[in-house]
Design a binder for this molecule. Structure first.
Ligand SMILES: Cc1ncc(COP(=O)(O)O)c(C=O)c1O
Length: 480
């Protein structure tokens, strides 16, 4: 049995934890961005005997401090720009502790966490121009948000009862469309939903890595001609590779013409709707049938915090609702049952109190605070792009939103694509291990590129300037 701590014990231990959090978050920028876990420590973490007897809490904290805390992914650091990982908003860190202290299951019921999640969802509906009666759910992240959006699409647009009949023996193929830059989780969702990745059409992109709408139209028309059913388009509002935003308004029109569901994967970029520069480009989000968004990306809500909105709440509920007799789920907002249970709108029954950290983080900063922060990060990406553009030994491969993909291209290797790929791969490896800055890499049109994605509210202009210097110094070193 877990020990039943006294209030004094909780306070005493809690203060030690708070000291550790303060020390760690306060000093993180002075240490390396990343350092690999030494093999002996990694082994000691992986291979541990099942504890037969208890260990005092103080010893556990000391062990955490020694073997776990010093080896983070690196995304708390102000010079981390890998993948789409942000540093945590400090208030969100504490919100997570408070949520765990309350420990509700937010499957449903009439308790504060349920109402708070509804409140948080209402804010996002407002941000994206969705009607207040739309459906929504906080989930683990963008992958699950996309899965739920596409599950609602499948249920609503399959043309038969997928829930009872399944996809066995179905003659008509259900087709989903995404661009070749669409996130891999779209394919996972299509596979998990039984539609098969051979029925996911990967449509080509234009020079800016946005889906080719004319090609999308042609693909849909030819599927219809072949007797297939265009089920859904999964557009991107900020591709993971290069931040490209698909032309949402045009895609919505194509979907309408073919009766397809319009889903948008905005896990990374949708919240740039708050920004000066991209707000207009993202206004078409209001036309979507469903959107996936990740507060754990650009809002810096501690991982995990994803969110899905589905315009037609009834479709979302119909896709998932299954109420066993021992659960009451009447719509009884002021009574014991509470509002219709969240568990009727998604996969999970027992659900965590994610809303608290989203609620506290969004309130602490406010929409205006985020607008300024996102604008600043887009400006920093622009600064990086400008510096790379004007450098004789580097080139921009792609950029959009707060992503810049670029390469170190010394004169003597220009045109030798294989050598440039090898050089940049090694450069990235050394940069990551060097501990001064962290980028990830990607492949665009078959060519390897360094990739900086700035979803980091801590980054300053001087960090960007240092990055460009570091890439040059490391490039020269690798090139010999
Ligand atoms: C565009 C896009 N879609 C989906 C995802 C998947 O989201 P998650 O990792 O939160 O599951 C990501 C993650 O980076 C992403 O960038």
């Amino acid at each position: 049995m877990p020990a039943d701590w006294t209030e004094a014990q909780i306070r005493d231990f809690g203060y030690q934890v708070v000291d550790l959090i303060a020390e760690s978050l306060g000093s993180i920028d002075r240490g390396p961005v990343f350092r690999p876990v030494p093999p002996d420590i990694a082994a000691s973490l992986r291979d541990q005997p099942l504890p037969q007897d208890g260990t005092p809490a103080e010893a556990l904290l000391a062990d955490f401090r020694e073997r776990v805390l010093p080896y983070p992914l690196g995304n708390g650091h102000r010079r981390f720009w890998g993948w789409v990982n942000s540093p945590p908003a400090v208030i969100g860190v504490f919100a997570d502790a408070l949520a765990a202290a309350m420990n509700p299951s937010v499957a449903g019921g009439n308790h504060a966490a349920v109402h708070l999640e509804h409140g948080v969802l209402a804010w996002f509906k407002e941000i994206f121009g969705f009607p207040p009666e739309s459906g929504g759910l906080l989930v683990s992240g963008g992958s699950v948000a996309n899965l739920i959006g596409l599950a609602a699409a499948r249920h609503e647009r399959a043309g038969f009862d997928v829930r009872s009949d399944g996809l066995q023996g179905v003659n008509q193929k259900l087709i989903v469309y995404s661009s070749e830059e669409g996130h891999s989780c779209i394919r996972k969702a299509v596979e998990l939903l039984g539609m098969g990745s051979s029925n996911l059409r990967t449509i080509g992109v234009d020079d800016s890595f946005r889906i080719d709408v004319a090609a999308l139209e042609v693909a849909m028309a030819s599927d219809v001609a072949a007797g297939h059913r265009p089920l859904a388009v999964a557009a991107s509002a900020g591709t993971v590779n290069s931040g490209a935003i698909d032309p949402l308004v045009e895609i919505s029109a194509v979907c309408r013409r073919h009766g397809a569901w319009f889903h948008v994967d905005g896990a990374y970029g949708a919240l740039a709707i708050l920004s000066r520069r991209h707000g207009q480009e993202l206004a078409g989000l209001r036309l979507a049938d469903s959107i996936a968004v990740d507060p754990h990306k650009w809002l810096s809500v501690p991982i995990e915090a994803g969110l899905v909105l589905v315009r037609d709440a009834a479709a979302m509920r119909d896709a998932f609702s299954l109420v066993p007799p021992y659960l009451r789920t009447d719509d009884d907002p002021t009574g014991l049952g509470g509002p219709v249970w969240f568990s009727e709108y998604g996969i999970q029954q027992t659900r965590g109190f994610r809303a608290l950290k989203v609620w506290m983080t969004l309130r602490e900063e406010g929409v205006e605070g985020y607008r300024a922060a996102i604008d600043k990060q887009v400006d920093l990406a622009e600064r990086l792009r400008g510096q790379v553009d004007s450098a004789a030994d580097m080139e921009v491969v792609a950029s959009g939103l707060s992503v810049v993909c670029f390469r170190y291209t010394p004169d003597e290797l220009r045109g030798d694509e294989e050598a440039l790929d090898g050089l940049n791969r090694e450069l990235l490896r050394r940069l990551q291990l060097g501990g001064e800055a962290f980028l990830s890499g990607t492949v665009l049109r078959g060519r390897f590129a360094l990739r900086a994605c700035i979803v980091n509210y801590k980054t300053r202009e001087e960090d960007i300037d240092r990055l460009v210097e570091l890439v040059r110094v490391t490039g020269v070193e690798v090139n010999g």
